[in-house]
Design a protein around this ligand. Structure first.
Ligand SMILES: [Ca+2]
Length: 501
């Protein structure tokens, strides 16, 4: 067992373009900016799936969505012990989870009368994790802590605390998130989680530790306390990336979806409220990360801890009249990835913005390399450590891939006439083009020139000039599917098979 620690921080719904260091001149992220200065910063990192559970299962299993099969929130994961936490136990670690990982247990492994054999849940920790503290939006422990701080007991519950403090005369023109949270920022769930993480790390003394720390921010319910909720209310944001509303209403994919598709934040005041709350949540998270980073620095842990900061997916933030993280736009899949490797070999890339194409499934093999243990044979990503150690050719990836299962978005009438298993999107993307393929016969592929900031508004697939590109991306997709199929049993059998069999 090495003497190194791993702190893997996963925020929820954090867009790649919301870090000051990466060129956002509006957002205030001083602590992440300082982390960037000392780290390798990957500017082209993509999630393999959305929403939360499919993406997180990709990260922890180190595999693509079609390979692990958890395609939607609360879809159970089969063979769940095949994940990085379980694997690291073989090497003496006691991987620990603070927050959540949205894992749903395979009903077949539950006892006969267990309620989750016939109902959905994802409150479990993946096998291998010593689940120290379950907390998503809230937790009973946080409410007990608020009570201790003097908040009346009858108000210490989700219904009250997880709602903005909207005055009794109503919202007026504004969204609820225009108003502040009902708790002080020093008592926020974000601060509470930060304190829990520090407590845990402190308790480890000289034992090497592996902590998966999961913050809900900047995810809905879009709650901010003072001073964060006011910070951006008068900010002039750049206009969102969107076509005219009727573009989406007439689109063969979007028009079959429920009423929430491409119908959000039409009112400019709502757009402003939503964005200022989102930016406020990021600055609040950043402040708390600063507390955590200071702790590590003042306790001699900064130089023997691999620190990873990322997010499970992005947020549309009003682009395409969308909020959340669905469909095929990059705003849902382009995520931050900052890796602070304290070793001397990483000095050459400190502060460097690396634009190689990387995927969230690359994190698991990178952790193994840092801990000096062999990578797990089931991981499908690329080890990023050589690139962090300045090997410019180490990644050499031609494209990244992500998948999205949209059946739940179809209107009930559309669900009636559609086979759920065909409702899959596969996107293949490099830095110039993105090609989007659909499982349904009625939806032809789409091609976008993503080197242009508004490239996703212009489908080039029907343009003769670009048509030769579709078979090219289709062949990349096919090869990707072939190379990442389930080879487990053959890997077992191959060495046992006589040469002439
Ligand atoms: Ca999420």
């Amino acid at each position: 067992m090495s003497s190194f620690n791993v702190l893997w921080i996963i925020s929820d719904e954090f867009r790649a373009d919301c870090i000051g260091y990466l060129g956002n001149s509006i957002i205030k992220t001083p602590n992440l900016d300082n982390l960037c200065k000392e780290s390798a910063v990957f500017s082209n990192c993509f999630a393999q799936a959305a929403p939360c559970a499919p993406s997180r299962m990709c990260m922890f299993t180190g595999r693509y969505m079609f390979s692990h099969g958890c395609v939607w929130n609360k879809t159970p994961l089969r063979c769940a012990e095949e994940n990085i936490a379980f694997y690291l136990k073989n090497y003496g670690y006691t991987p620990t989870l603070i927050g959540y990982n949205d894992y749903a247990k395979d009903p077949d492994i539950l006892p006969p009368n267990h309620p989750h054999r016939s109902s959905l849940s994802y409150e479990y920790a993946l096998p291998g994790f010593n689940h120290l503290f379950q907390h998503e939006y809230d937790s009973p422990e946080w409410y007990a802590y608020l009570k201790e701080k003097g908040y009346p007991q009858e108000l210490c519950n989700r219904e009250y605390m997880c709602q903005p403090d909207v005055p009794s005369e109503g919202h007026g023109e504004h969204l609820a998130e225009y108003y502040p949270a009902r708790y002080k920022s020093e008592h926020s769930e974000c601060r509470f989680i930060t304190e829990k993480a520090i407590e845990y790390i402190d308790s480890q003394k000289d034992t090497p530790w592996f902590l998966s720390l999961n913050y809900i921010k900047p995810h809905s319910p879009n709650l901010c306390s003072d001073p964060y909720h006011k910070l951006y209310q008068n900010t002039v944001f750049p206009p969102p990336i969107r076509a005219e509303l009727d573009y989406y209403q007439n689109d063969p994919y979007f028009k079959r979806l429920g009423k929430d598709a491409c119908n959000s934040l039409i009112n400019p005041t709502h757009l402003q409220d939503f964005r200022s709350a989102y930016y406020g949540m990021i600055t609040e998270l950043d402040f708390n990360l600063g507390i955590l980073f200071d702790y590590l620095k003042t306790h001699n842990l900064w130089n023997n801890t691999l620190l990873i900061f990322t997010s499970d997916h992005g947020e549309h933030l009003g682009d395409h009249f969308l909020t959340g993280k669905c469909h095929y736009f990059d705003s849902a899949y382009h995520v931050p990835l900052i890796i602070h490797d304290p070793s001397e070999q990483a000095n050459a890339t400190r502060g460097q913005v690396i634009d190689d194409l990387v995927e969230l499934i690359d994190i698991a093999p990178t952790i193994c390399n840092y801990l000096n243990i062999p990578s797990y044979s089931l991981f499908q990503g690329i080890n990023l450590l050589p690139r962090i150690h300045n090997d410019m050719l180490a990644i050499n990836r031609k494209a990244v891939f992500y998948e999205y299962y949209y059946y739940s978005h179809l209107t009930p009438e559309e669900q009636e006439k559609t086979e759920a298993e065909k409702c899959l999107i596969c996107a293949v993307r490099n830095t110039k083009y993105k090609c989007v393929f659909f499982g349904e016969d009625i939806l032809p592929p789409r091609l976008f020139d993503i080197s242009h900031p508004h490239g996703e508004l212009n489908n080039l697939a029907a343009d003769e000039k670009y048509q030769h590109l579709i078979p090219h991306y289709l062949s990349l997709l096919l090869r990707w599917k072939m190379q990442n199929a389930d080879w487990r049993m053959e890997r077992w059998a191959r060495p046992l098979r006589p040469y002439d069999d």
